[in-house]
Design a protein around this ligand. Structure first.
Ligand SMILES: Nc1ncnc2c1ncn2[C@@H]1O[C@H](COP(=O)(O)OP(=O)(O)OP(=O)(O)O)[C@@H](O)[C@H]1O
Ligand SMILES: O=C(O)C1=C[C@@H](O)[C@@H](O)[C@H](O)C1
Ligand SMILES: [Mg+2]
Length: 175
């Protein structure tokens, strides 16, 4: 991979990852999509049928299998939280970008979502708690952080390309 995006649910990893990959002319890979494809069912269905632990095992396998692929990788919101994944991300030489977001923005962005079991269960106070528990880990695995609340997805792409010292034609991520 040339860059990895981490951050809480709704921070924009999938949206921004797709746009960043398009801009750089490389493939986008999304851990949640890989898991859905491999399991043949939605994340909500995996949680319902097999439980969160089974989902986390699939997530770990998908991360391990993806690291050597070419392109941009969007992780799931909980990926860096498991110790094995945390170590893989922290030790990787690939730039890891933290997309940050305030809990209220998450609520606004995900208010009509039916596919994020944790966001559906938690509500605003639960999201604040869970994000508080996770923030240190997101920070520890990432090389830089972007607050996305007031930025459009394309502006977030601009920030990432600036911080990785790149004009599209001569971008570090291409090497
Ligand atoms: N910068 C942004 N401004 C406004 N809306 C955004 C922004 N980034 C993402 N969104 C919207 O927020 C929602 C969630 O975004 P997205 O699916 O990319 O998040 P994610 O980080 O991949 O979440 P998850 O960890 O659950 O996969 C989408 O509806 C998307 O259009
Ligand atoms: O924050 C989380 O733990 C999750 C985030 C999503 O990307 C999915 O990976 C799943 O819904 C779990
Ligand atoms: Mg996503």
């Amino acid at each position: 991979m040339k860059a990895i995006l981490v951050g809480f649910m709704g921070s924009g990893k999938t949206t921004v990852g797709n746009l960043l990959a398009q801009r750089l002319g490389m493939p986008y890979h999304d851990l949640d999509d890989i898991i859905i494809q491999r399991a043949g069912k939605s994340i909500q269905q995996i949680f319902d049928d097999n439980g969160e632990a089974a989902f986390r095992q699939l997530e770990h396998e998908a991360l391990v299998d993806s690291m050597a692929d070419n392109g941009i990788l969007g992780t799931g919101g909980g990926t860096p939280i498991q110790l094995t994944n945390f170590e893989i991300l922290r030790q990787s030489q690939i730039p890891v970008v933290l997309l940050d977001v305030l809990p209220q923005t998450i609520m606004d962005r995900l208010k009509d979502d039916t596919q994020r079991p944790l966001a559906r269960e938690l509500g605003l106070t639960g999201l604040v708690d869970l994000k508080g528990q996770r923030d240190d880990k997101y920070e520890a695995v990432s090389d830089f952080r972007i607050a996305t609340d007031r930025l459009t997805p394309l502006e977030v792409v601009d920030e990432i390309t600036k911080k990785t010292i790149c004009e599209p034609a001569e971008c570090d991520l291409r090497r």
